[in-house]
Design a protein around this ligand. Structure first.
Ligand SMILES: C[S@@+](CC[C@H](N)C(=O)[O-])C[C@H]1O[C@@H](n2cnc3c(N)ncnc32)[C@H](O)[C@@H]1O
Length: 232
């Protein structure tokens, strides 16, 4: 893994009007380029929080809290695909940094939420981040890697912008092991076409292949839902 490709850009301040990221193309497994994902989530944004409410009540809020508890207090954090900011209430004390997101509409709604005082909102594509190497001490992504067109690029970018020794936390639905795996492969054809969601992603493997060290994998719902904690 090569580090040190981008230098000196630092971390941008709050900026809801950055130039939109370009479409960086697709890898063999991707089916929706980033500009269509952006349009999709711009469209979903006004209904997102209401749609998530039953899941939040059932289990998701608890798992968000559990996931963000792995971020070290007072650390400089990058959130990837922050959406409407449903994680903001769970940031550890003194955390600061950047909540990044592809969709301007999701970001606009996130900006209305209570958030940590020194958390900037930045619009960017996770596959090509506008941050210098080792800009952050920790990162979190919840329910994001299922929709990124080229997860390998996003994992590589994460590894680049998180300082060595830093923590990366994922809360994702993934391809379960065992006989359910092939069923999710078949379902994936439908979910991608329906809502750009890849339900058969192997997120822990992707992080490992990018050079991260997996420290914890906690599973729920027959292994479909994973909390993954890694070190860079
Ligand atoms: C299912 S939502 C999850 C939002 C939030 N993380 C949460 O837990 O509620 C997926 C989010 O990932 C964002 N996203 C998708 N592709 C992205 C990319 N290439 N770069 C950055 N964000 C992306 C979407 O815009 C959307 O807000």
């Amino acid at each position: 893994m090569t580090r040190g490709r981008k230098r000196g850009t630092g971390v941008p301040p709050v900026n809801l009007a950055l130039p939109l990221p370009t479409d960086h193309g697709r890898d063999a497994r991707a089916t929706r380029p980033c500009h269509t994902m952006r349009a999709l989530y711009d469209d979903i944004a006004p209904r997102y929080d209401a749609a998530m409410k039953p899941l939040e009540r059932w289990f998701l809020s608890k798992w968000r809290a559990k996931a963000l508890a792995h971020l070290p207090p007072h650390s400089r954090v990058l959130e990837v695909g922050a959406g409407t900011g449903l994680n903001f209430q769970f940031y550890p004390p003194g955390a600061y940094g950047v909540a990044s997101e592809l969709s301007r509409e999701m970001l606009r709604l996130a900006n209305l939420k209570n958030k940590p005082a020194r958390l900037s909102l930045v619009q960017n594509d996770a596959e090509s981040m506008p941050f210098a190497d080792a800009s952050f001490e920790a990162a979190v992504a919840t329910l994001v890697f299922c929709s990124i067109p080229s997860p390998a690029k996003a994992f590589a970018e994460l590894r680049r912008v998180i300082a060595p020794g830093g923590t990366v936390v994922f809360l994702e639905h993934v391809r379960p092991r065992g006989p359910l795996g092939p069923i999710f492969d078949a379902l994936n054809f439908v979910t991608v076409r329906l809502c750009g969601d890849h339900c058969n992603r192997r997120t822990a493997d992707g992080a490992r292949e990018a050079g991260m060290k997996i420290e914890i994998i906690e599973q729920r719902f027959l292994g479909i839902f994973n909390l993954i904690v890694c070190k860079v």
